[in-house]
Design a binder for this molecule. Structure first.
Ligand SMILES: [Zn+2]
Length: 319
């Protein structure tokens, strides 16, 4: 049993590992997962132990990860009997769980409105061991009507989560055909919601993905060129998306985003780009050599950086 969620002590809420990553990189939130305390999400298990009974994290702070992020049992983590989060492996061998895994928890919906995480107002709270937890008196952010309460556990507002489901289960075509994903008004199996960039004309409003050919760093924007071309009226056209630097500068995860782009430009690795929210369309742009001439290209401006990812995805190579 892997952890879909973990209880975060200071937020008094259950988070996915993707929520944790989002919070770590969010420059408007004071949050560092290395200093937070995560515990078993099972409400029947957690109170049986004191607050020192914690879970660990894997790839919670690594901007450019390859292996699936997750919560894990530490060798010291204990659960009550019958808790589904007991690690059988750990129990049997005493060895820590391996970090090799694929994402097993498929969110049924990507919510386009970002989840708000509010720290609890500083009310005295007696913990299981009778000690008042000081972390609860930390800065209180606006905590309006607990919007996160409406978030069902199988929904997410972090784009990286469904993308990781798709990438880490890419070889299991049946599974991707079976599990549905909803975004906005549109529902389709994961395998159909993720559309190869060369087939973008098939349907609008999907998650498009493809191998990155090159990233160009311009004064006001980055341009991501895709390797594959789109065929339209028997002619091949290049595909690209633009990222406005103005948009990046005002982004709440600016530093992490620039690190992701910098890595993409410099790493020399094979990278894949995933985006949602815009569909590249055929445009005529002036040729550099002959400004009088124009040529056609399928292009779009990314409007929301929360729905854009460039990452390594070894399982997709050559596909
Ligand atoms: Zn437990």
């Amino acid at each position: 049993m892997k952890f879909d969620l973990a209880y975060c002590l200071s937020l008094d809420d259950k988070l996915s590992i993707y929520d944790v990553r989002d919070l770590n990189f969010d420059e408007t939130m004071a949050f560092d997962s290395a200093k937070e305390h995560f515990q078993c999400p099972n409400d029947a298990c957690r109170p049986a132990f004191d607050v020192a009974n914690e879970l660990g994290t894997f790839n919670a702070k690594n901007v450019n990860y390859v292996r699936t992020p997750h919560f894990k049992n530490l060798p010291s983590t204990r659960h009550v009997e019958g808790c589904p989060y007991v690690s059988l492996k750990t129990q049997a061998s005493g060895v820590e769980e391996t970090d090799d895994s694929r994402e097993e928890h498929f969110p049924s919906e990507l919510l386009l409105t970002r989840r708000e995480y509010g720290r609890k107002p500083s009310s005295p709270k007696i913990m299981a061991d009778g000690v008042r937890d000081e972390s609860l008196t930390l800065s209180v952010t606006s905590n309006v009507e607990q919007p996160s309460r409406e978030l069902a556990p199988d929904k997410t507002s972090v784009f990286a989560h469904p993308v990781e489901c798709f990438v880490s289960n890419f070889d299991d075509k049946d599974l991707l055909k079976r599990v549905p994903l909803k975004i906005g008004e549109h529902t389709a199996p994961y395998g159909a919601f993720f559309k190869k960039i060369e087939y973008l004309q098939d349907n609008k409003g999907l998650i498009y993905w493809g191998k990155v050919k090159e990233i160009k760093d311009y004064t006001q924007s980055f341009r991501i060129d895709f390797e594959k071309k789109v065929w339209f009226e028997k002619k091949p056209y290049s595909v690209n998306v633009y990222l406005s630097k103005k948009l990046i500068d005002s982004y709440r995860k600016r530093k992490a985003f620039l690190e992701e782009i910098k890595h993409a430009i410099e790493s020399g690795r094979e990278l894949y780009c995933f985006f949602y929210g815009v569909t590249p369309e055929l445009k005529q742009v002036p040729s550099k050599k002959n400004p009088e001439q124009t040529f056609g290209v399928f292009s779009a401006n990314i409007e929301n950086l929360d729905h854009f990812i460039v990452r390594e995805a070894p399982g997709l190579d050559g596909k």
